[in-house]
Ligand binder design. Structure first.
Ligand code: SF4
Length: 279
């Protein structure tokens, strides 16, 4: 039987944080339904009520970072937000993801391959309207409660991002994938712990839209490979899948692998477990 994206060959779904969804809401939309397939590479440009299908020939074959730069230039707007694919989505890699800007991935079930199968390189959005809410007072009360609760209980996430509970604790709970899930111990686990990231490569954290937690890791260094902060940094899932699951305790190598996955639009978890399985 011919296999078609998504990865399940049927229904697929994936979630993502970041800013794109909010931008879409500000443009006046709750969702978009995309049917059919374009004859040649295209991207969708949504600017409030203005919706255009545009040529993406010169974007095809390029990784997400370059595409983002070219689209911001073409649209003459640095504040556009985009959901986009790199070469993995174009080539229907079964676990291609959809990157949102460059740091947030709708990672699971091969949604990037769905975009690739439609020749859809990106959905670029700019919204300038403020969404209406039914009860401003209530929503502000709710916001305050949520902020207080989260900030009080999740301080370590703000400092260290996901994985901030210590990699060690994931071993105790049997949650850390090690050597293709064969082992229960990874003696050099602290080498890939977010505390080590903070001490050795200067981990920073940033947030998704309006979130007080700021758990999204951002790393940047030049040696032995250049890793750009544009692509964020490895979440717990990447540290586990590309790190311990493949027997890799070299933090910088994991950061580079994470950057490459985000550039190609490949799900870091699936990449890590596939390599682990092959090893
Ligand atoms: S920054 Fe906030 S919204 Fe974004 S992933 Fe972290 S906790 Fe979730």
């Amino acid at each position: 039987m011919e296999q078609n994206p998504p990865l399940t060959n049927g229904f697929g779904e994936s979630e993502v944080g970041g800013f794109w969804g909010v931008e879409l809401k500000k443009a006046g939309y709750d969702d978009i339904v995309i049917t059919g397939k374009a004859k040649k590479p295209i991207y969708l440009w949504i600017h409030n009520e203005q919706v255009e299908i545009r040529d993406a020939n010169k974007l095809w074959g390029k990784e997400t970072g370059e595409v983002q730069q070219l689209l911001k230039k073409e649209l003459n707007d640095k504040q556009v937000r985009m959901a986009l694919i790199g070469q993995a989505g174009e080539n229907l890699v079964r676990y291609a993801c959809i990157m949102h800007d460059l740091r947030n991935a709708a990672g699971r079930t091969g949604m990037g391959a769905v975009m690739g199968s439609k020749n859809l390189k990106a959905v670029v959005v700019r919204g300038t309207k403020r969404p209406e809410v039914a009860d401003n007072k209530k929503i502000n009360e709710f916001r305050k409660i949520m902020n207080d609760v989260y900030l009080k209980n999740l301080e370590h996430f703000s400092l260290l991002g996901t994985g901030g509970d210590r990699m060690e604790s994931f071993i105790w709970t049997g949650n850390l994938p090690i050597h293709n899930f064969r082992d229960g111990e990874f003696p050099t686990r602290n080498n890939i712990d977010p505390r080590t990231m903070r001490k050795t490569i200067g981990l920073k954290t940033e947030g998704c839209y309006a979130c007080p937690i700021h758990c999204k890791k951002v790393v940047e260094f030049k040696e032995p490979w250049e890793v750009s902060s544009n692509y964020g940094g490895p979440e717990y899932e990447a540290l586990g899948a590309l790190g311990s699951n493949c027997g890799v305790d070299d933090l910088k190598a994991v950061c580079k692998a994470n950057e490459l996955c985000n550039g190609y639009s490949m799900d870091v978890i699936s990449v890590g477990v596939t390599i682990g399985f092959a090893m």
